[in-house]
Design a protein around this ligand. Structure first.
Ligand code: PA5
Length: 468
């Protein structure tokens, strides 16, 4: 099946957005050599280094998808709750796909309507949240999916320690039956625990980094447990991969999206707003925020020269945030690009009934559907931004389903990969996160971090006059 998404970037162009802010075809022609180089590098490095995420959408059909489906079927039968313990790329994807493809009040449905266990993703070490989780689940009836690529992330391993202690107290040696590990094949500590306790495990392959891992067992197992057709998710991603093999940027959505944002960033558009017009895609914007921010926010180019590039991603839900943020987007600084995610066919229809005949300001709504209303509001907001000379474009999904969500996830991964090449940075590292991690280790007295502790202790003392 071909791709079902469309990209409309008319509202990025001079004819629509005005001479000063708008782009012209010449802006893309001017960077054609860079676009060609970015395209070639990404395509030639398919499956190499940290670009394993391009291969897994094909390779996993070889036994892994089957294993995931069989494991998920057993979990659906045996457990009342399924809890993901993970953070960053190990949590945002499962949350995004859950919200996209399951009932919007899934956990509140009766069991026969849900069909699978209640679902929670614990991506923080807030003690209140951990206790709150334990108030609503029964650990002995819960399958905990511990997900960490590095197998070393403190937040996830702290959660593991809390949960495994509780499970051991309740289930003794059988506690291992309630834990599934998703991690690297060799590196990290989780794989050691897999060997020690015999947890069922799934592997995140070498070239698949956290934020590019949603289409690996990281995302596929939770999705399958929720009854989502993971073969369709992967088929959608493959369809998008085929599409993004087109060398002509004018016909390649991933490359064109990267080009649009590249030209925008070069003009100081440092904020990228993603505005889905459906609650189901709300957390796709969160997942994308990590992908875009952590991949592109870099201080150096590949050759080590200063870069200080990136674009701040912002999540904004349509129509909800029309009533909180759109004022800023329409009249504030000219520093943003708005990506609308529109839906052609919502999965449900709600007719607005006849009523309030004597109040014309309300009655005009009667006979329309909420579908018409939300669609009109998306178009109206795009229009309002356009006449205010604000850059925006729209990605439209025919419908939110497993295929189109697979397309969308992979499209954004391709856009990010191309954009990283255009910026000439390492898309796949995250050195800026390391210093904070190391400081946390030092503060908690982890061995090997004594020098960092000394560095923290020698920081200048805080001044009382700056504290109110
Ligand atoms: O994209 C990344 O690599 C990171 O954001 C990780 O997803 C995050 O730090 C969690 O890492 P891990 O899966 O190793 O626990």
């Amino acid at each position: 099946m071909a791709i079902t998404l469309t990209l409309d970037y008319n509202n990025m162009m001079k004819e629509f957005i005005g001479e000063k802010e708008g782009f012209s075809p010449a802006d893309f022609t001017a960077i054609e050599p860079e676009l060609k180089a970015a395209f070639d590098t990404v395509q030639q490095n398919r499956g190499k280094g940290m670009q394993g995420w391009m291969d897994i959408i094909y390779d996993q059909e070889n036994g892994i998808v089957q294993d995931i489906k069989e494991t998920a079927a057993k979990i659906r039968e045996k457990f009342e709750y399924f809890v993901v313990l993970g953070i960053g790329g190990s949590a945002l994807g499962p949350t995004a796909v859950f919200q996209s493809l399951c009932h919007l009040h899934y956990n509140d449905l009766p069991k026969e309507k849900r069909g699978g266990p209640k679902f929670y993703v614990e991506d923080n070490v807030d003690p209140e949240r951990m206790v709150a989780l334990l108030d609503v689940i029964e650990p002995e009836k819960t399958c905990f999916n511990v997900i960490t690529k590095s197998g070393a992330t403190s937040e996830t391993m702290a959660q593991y320690l809390v949960i495994s202690e509780i499970l051991k107290a309740k289930l003794g040696d059988k506690f291992a039956d309630n834990i599934i590990a998703t991690t690297d094949a060799k590196r990290g500590n989780l794989v050691k625990l897999v060997k020690e306790h015999g947890f069922k495990s799934f592997t995140i392959l070498d070239g698949v980094g956290g934020r590019f891992s949603e289409l690996s067992p990281v995302g596929l197992l939770p999705a399958a447990v929720l009854g989502i057709d993971i073969s369709e998710l992967l088929a959608g991603a493959r369809a998008m991969d085929e599409h993004c093999k087109e060398a002509d940027y004018k016909k390649n959505m991933g490359l064109m999206l990267a080009a649009l944002q590249h030209v925008a960033m070069a003009r100081g558009k440092n904020i990228g707003v993603m505005m889905p017009y459906t609650d189901s895609l709300k957390y796709i914007a969160d997942w994308y925020a990590q992908l875009w921010a952590e991949s592109l926010g870099k201080s150096v180019h590949k050759d080590g020269t200063p870069a200080f590039v990136g674009q701040t991603p912002v999540k904004s839900l349509g129509v909800t945030d029309q009533h909180s943020q759109v004022q800023l987007y329409a009249e504030g600084p000219f520093d943003k690009v708005v990506t609308f995610l529109a839906v052609k066919n919502y999965r449900k229809t709600v007719v607005i009934p006849e009523g309030c005949q004597d109040i014309p300001d309300i009655h005009f709504l009667s006979g329309h559907t909420m579908n018409e209303l939300i669609t009109a509001e998306q178009k109206a907001t795009a229009y309002a931004l356009t006449v205010a000379n604000r850059l925006n474009y729209t990605i439209t999904l025919e419908e939110v389903n497993a295929h189109s969500v697979g397309e969308l996830l992979y499209l954004f991964e391709m856009q990010t990969a191309f954009a990283g090449e255009l910026l000439n940075i390492d898309t796949y590292n995250q050195p800026g996160v390391e210093n904070g991690k190391n400081a946390t280790y030092a503060l908690l007295g982890k061995s090997g971090y004594e020098a960092k502790k000394a560095e923290l202790d020698s920081a200048p003392a805080l001044r009382a006059e700056y504290i109110i």
